[in-house]
Write a protein that binds this ligand. Structure first.
Ligand code: ZN
Length: 233
């Protein structure tokens, strides 16, 4: 089976559509989404609706959570808070209810999925060091755990020394961000796992960045949210 793992779409429908087009051409059977479907971008309803149609599993991200628990948006940047308020008023009740129904974590036979990390996922800790990564391996039992949240794609083996995917070791894999990459590469990022050959690939997809930026400006959202898309930061 081939599984596509997407994360951090952040209401960027241009990036999501281009990414799904590549997924559709990649002989993929299941699509898992690691959350932060909304926040920052201009098309939250379109993104949630597309995911509801296409995903096998979706978990809740901190930006999805902030739509339901307004007080948690206080941890966001100023632009993030503004976008969160805007998204709360823009979302339909049906789509808001969908975000409210999402679990924080799903464990399948093959993998564990969580937005920020499998260890206390409700605390939304950023896995940005080997010390924090090490803690995660005690919090899942499956061969691989997929995470997002930092918007930076990474592969990390359980020995904290192996950074290319392979057999005979458990892996923590950050698939990067579809809608707001922050590793200096503005192209959409997602993960592709082949469970038969046990190969994992981080894929990058060019998309209509100008269109996504234009939509952010037209929605009256902070300019910085449009600008950063061009730089991938
Ligand atoms: Zn995010």
């Amino acid at each position: 089976m081939r599984i596509a793992v997407i994360s951090d779409i952040h209401s960027n429908i241009q990036a999501l559509r281009s990414t799904l087009a590549v997924i559709d051409a990649s002989n993929v059977q299941e699509i898992y989404c690691l959350g932060d479907t909304v926040g920052y971008g201009a098309n939250p309803n379109e993104c949630v609706e597309l995911l509801r149609q296409r995903s096998t599993h979706v978990v809740r991200g901190n930006h999805d959570h902030a739509i339901l628990e307004e007080a948690t948006a206080k941890y966001f940047s100023r632009a993030g808070r503004t976008a969160s308020e805007w998204t709360r008023s823009a979302l339909t009740k049906e789509n808001r209810d969908f975000l409210g129904s999402l679990p924080l974590r799903v464990d399948t036979e093959v993998c564990t999925i969580a937005h920020a990390c499998p260890f206390r996922p409700e605390e939304w800790e950023y896995v940005l060091s080997l010390e924090i990564a090490e803690r995660q391996f005690s919090a899942f039992k499956t061969p691989v755990c997929f995470i997002g949240h930092t918007h930076i794609p990474v592969v990390c083996g359980e020995d904290l020394l192996t950074f290319s995917f392979g057999k005979d070791m458990r892996f923590l894999v950050n698939v990067g961000s579809v809608g707001q990459p922050r590793d200096g590469n503005p192209e959409s990022s997602f993960g592709l796992l082949d469970t038969d050959t046990w190969e994992y690939e981080n894929k990058r997809v060019a998309y209509d960045i100008a269109g996504a930026a234009e939509a952010i400006k037209n929605a009256g959202l902070p300019d910085i949210l449009a600008k950063r898309l061009f730089e991938g930061v």
